[in-house]
Design a protein around this ligand. Structure first.
Ligand code: SF4
Length: 315
């Protein structure tokens, strides 16, 4: 309901903040292909099972008899691997800097334990690269950014500095409670009113300026950055994470060879435009009519963090 409180001239738009939503169809198709490897167990977060790929989803594959298990942490996937030593266990790693350190820790632990049947499909992404592309998009007229609280607990404030310096756009790291969001918006409005463009922190109880150095070191030890393809934004250099050669034995794509079907985007779905913030979910012709949380056409309607699912529930 916060949107309804905004004064005239202030419009809140959603961006690419939901990790499941920004995962490309090709990544989902690849995971589906991996689920068809004989004897394999796929472990993943719940939302991922419902995201439609080009012609299937993990939920459909599960119904067809594939072994797909929902876990709440990558470390749970290690337990599954330990309990099933004769079967390959793949963890589907999606998410931003918030979940990437946990996956890094799981890979390090698997190596220390000598768990030869465990691997990760790494589709992790980092946020600043996407923000750079978005801010450079001439179609997108954004005056300020509410910056993601959880990601910032890991990366801190410095990686956003370019927004102020290169684009002269204020950015405020904001928490998740209603008052947090209102405070973040108020701080943004104050900056705009005073003609300032700075990176500020409205979530100081969760975010240290330097972030979490231990988590950052774990990411850096296990992952290298690479080009990642984002739904709606396309390929962005340096915005993804690939598993370093030292941990290649835990990289599902180097352990298993799979053929991935050609990508087909969901017909009529405007997730890409919603993720770029140029269109509200309610403007999508399929919203509520064809696309609902029970029958999602695109990923933004699947995850509870997705803009379309949030609009469906609250607008
Ligand atoms: Fe895609 Fe459904 Fe959202 Fe439309 S309402 S953009 S079809 S997820």
């Amino acid at each position: 309901g916060i949107r309804s409180l905004m004064p005239e001239g202030c419009r809140l738009a959603s961006g690419p903040g939901c990790p499941v939503c920004v995962t490309s169809n090709h990544d989902i198709d690849t995971v589906i292909a991996l689920s068809r490897v004989p004897n394999v167990i796929i472990t993943t977060f719940g939302d991922m099972t419902r995201v439609p790929g080009s012609t299937s989803s993990l939920l459909k594959e599960q119904a067809a008899g594939r072994d797909i298990r929902i876990v709440y942490s990558p470390l749970d996937a290690l337990t599954v691997a330990k309990e099933n030593p004769t079967r390959p266990v793949i963890f589907v790693g999606v998410g931003f800097e918030t979940t990437t350190p946990l996956v890094a820790m799981a890979i390090k632990r698997a190596k220390a334990m000598g768990l030869a049947n465990f691997s990760v499909y790494a589709a992790h992404k980092n946020m600043p690269g996407a923000l750079d592309v978005l801010m450079g998009d001439p179609e997108l007229k954004v005056n300020a950014l509410i910056l993601p609280g959880h990601v910032s607990t890991i990366i801190g404030m410095k990686p956003y500095q370019f927004l102020a310096e290169k684009y002269h756009i204020p950015g405020v790291i904001t928490g998740f409670e209603p008052l947090d969001v209102l405070e973040g918006i108020a701080m943004i409005m104050r900056q705009l009113h005073e003609g300032r463009a700075e990176i500020e922190n409205a979530y100081a109880r969760g975010v240290m300026p330097e972030g979490n150095p231990v988590a950052l070191a774990a990411i850096d030890e296990v992952f290298d950055t690479c080009t990642a393809t984002w739904r709606g934004l396309g390929p962005i250099e340096g915005s993804g994470y690939r598993i370093r050669d030292e941990f290649a034995d835990f990289d599902a794509m180097r352990v298993h060879e799979v053929e991935v079907e050609p990508t087909i985007e969901p017909k009529g779905c405007r997730c890409g435009d919603v993720l770029r913030g140029i269109m509200a979910p309610s403007e999508c012709p399929l919203f509520r009519k064809v696309c609902t949380p029970e029958n999602p056409v695109g990923p933004c309607m699947v995850s509870s963090e997705g803009s379309c699912a949030a609009y469906f529930r609250y607008y």
